[in-house]
Write a protein that binds this ligand. Structure first.
Ligand SMILES: NC(=O)c1ccc[n+]([C@@H]2O[C@H](COP(=O)([O-])OP(=O)(O)OC[C@H]3O[C@@H](n4cnc5c(N)ncnc54)[C@H](O)[C@@H]3O)[C@@H](O)[C@H]2O)c1
Length: 445
């Protein structure tokens, strides 16, 4: 149950969380267990070590107080990295609440620490059912934010469709993932977008690194933690060769898997073929694959006709945003038996003839469900871009339309330069002659 938390022990049968930050403060929350806070705090601090750029932004925000008094709601994966983003926004003066952007991605100890140690209201419990997920989303809406942050567009879509008065007051929103940007562009096209949105996902400082190296590594991490399989020698079928698919395929290849790619985009399919992978249809791949992973943002990429052809013991999982890439209802229909949790995050489906298919993390993002999501070092860039996009929205109140905007180039350059510096890497500068040459058309052969 959502609860108003006032002071420890006041109300019987309710989780009481005392928050005192420069005076007593009422904090609303719905989290698993506040006693997990000490572990969560250590985890947040561990992630912070690898987020030097975000720390710089935090110092800058603490001085400028750019978000002072601004109500913010964030619907994000509640992880240690996100905690550092939220702390950055809080340091800038934001009055922020956070809810989960996926039922399985919350780190309960981090949620507890955000409430206990930082006084930030959190509505998120790992494994929450759909009803609780939406109840948490509504709690974030009821904060009446003027700035929102989304990972998948659930918050913006709820506010735009059901809360016109809150929508009217919104200065702007930031979107973290590909699926969210696709939904927002569809809203813009339909005239349903009621405020400006910055497509943080589309920034190079986000998708080139977070989607590729972050998803690549953490997806494999989730699969290994859930199954403990040997990757070497396995036939791994990667559905979708976008940023996430590329990263995952690259890491699987590096660990000795035989990678097969399925695509619907002819250019991406050629890219995959020339990167050295076998490219074929899902129908052709179904009987060959040992492990299948969808990273498309599309629905029903693996369907009953594919399950019917799979080997006994085939493992299927998803790392795309929503749990619709694998047709789980279809799998359930053709299964004779379903055994939940044969291992943590592994469900067994026994088909006719006794063959088994194993589904990981209920078909939800396997990297966040069965592992810890992206490493902090890539989230350093994504979340610095998020924070600076927020600053941009505030600085441009009244100047932006009801559209989806790209992250300004100056923000991307600032983040990339700061990241390089933190990595101890120097790069060359254009000489004046080079600058002139690169901006002219007269000089040829
Ligand atoms: N797991 C994570 O932590 C994480 C991180 C970032 C993004 N995402 C999500 O992952 C998904 C992919 O993101 P992306 O940035 O790689 O997107 P992208 O647009 O770069 O790539 C998606 C690819 O899937 C292909 N595709 C679409 N339908 C297909 C189908 N039926 N069969 C095979 N291929 C198909 C597209 O042609 C495209 O090449 C999105 O849902 C995104 O929100 C997840």
């Amino acid at each position: 149950m959502r609860e108003t938390v006032e002071s420890r022990g006041k109300k019987k049968g309710k989780e009481m969380v005392p928050i005192t930050r420069g005076g007593s403060k009422m904090v609303e929350c719905d989290i698993k267990d506040r006693k997990l806070a000490p572990k969560g705090k250590l985890r947040i601090e561990w992630a912070e070590r690898d987020m030097p750029v975000l720390s710089q932004v935090k110092d800058k925000f603490a001085k400028s107080q750019i978000l002072k008094g601004k109500k913010m709601s964030a619907c994000l994966h509640v992880t240690a990295e996100t905690a550092n983003l939220v702390r950055t926004l809080q340091a800038g003066g934001a009055d922020i609440v956070i809810c989960a952007s996926n039922p399985l991605s919350t780190q309960d100890d981090v949620a507890a620490s955000l409430v206990e140690d930082y006084g930030i209201p959190v509505f998120a419990i790992k494994g929450e059912d759909n009803a609780t997920y939406y109840k948490h989303l509504i709690a974030a809406v009821e904060h009446s934010p003027v700035v929102t942050m989304d990972d998948g567009c659930d918050l913006v879509s709820a506010i735009s469709s059901k809360y016109p008065n809150i929508a009217k007051g919104i200065i702007g929103s930031m979107e973290e993932t590909t699926t969210g940007v696709i939904r927002l562009k569809a809203m813009e096209k339909d005239g349903a977008l009621k405020f400006p949105v910055i497509a943080v996902n589309d920034a190079q400082t986000k998708n080139l690194f977070d989607n590729r190296y972050g998803t690549g590594q953490s997806t494999l991490d989730g699969i290994i933690r859930a199954t403990d399989i040997l990757v070497a020698g396995k036939n791994i079928v990667v559905a979708g060769y976008g940023w996430c698919g590329k990263g995952f395929a690259m890491r699987c290849k590096g660990m000795g898997a035989n990678v097969i790619v399925t695509e619907v985009n002819p250019v991406k399919a050629i890219e995959a073929a020339m990167d050295g992978y076998r490219v074929m249809t899902m129908e052709e791949a179904a009987p060959i694959g040992d492990l299948f992973c969808t990273l498309t943002g599309d629905m029903h990429v693996i369907r009953p006709e594919h399950f019917a052809e799979m080997k006994d013991g085939a493992i299927v999982c998803n790392s795309g945003h929503f749990d619709i890439e694998i047709d789980i209802k279809g799998l359930r229909k053709i299964a004779k038996q379903e055994n939940k949790n044969v291992r943590n995050f592994v469900d067994q489906f026994v088909l006719a003839g006794g063959r088994s298919i194993y589904l990981l993390a209920e078909g939800r993002l396997v990297n966040l469900g069965a592992a810890e999501g992206h490493p902090a070092s890539v989230m350093d860039m994504s979340f610095s871009t998020q924070a600076l996009a927020t600053e941009y929205v505030i600085k441009n109140i009244g100047k932006l339309g009801h559209k989806v905007y790209n992250v300004p180039e100056e923000i991307e350059n600032w983040v990339a330069t700061a990241k390089l510096k933190s990595m101890g890497i120097s790069i060359d500068k254009l000489t004046p002659a080079q600058e002139k040459y690169l901006s002219s058309w007269q000089e040829g052969t």
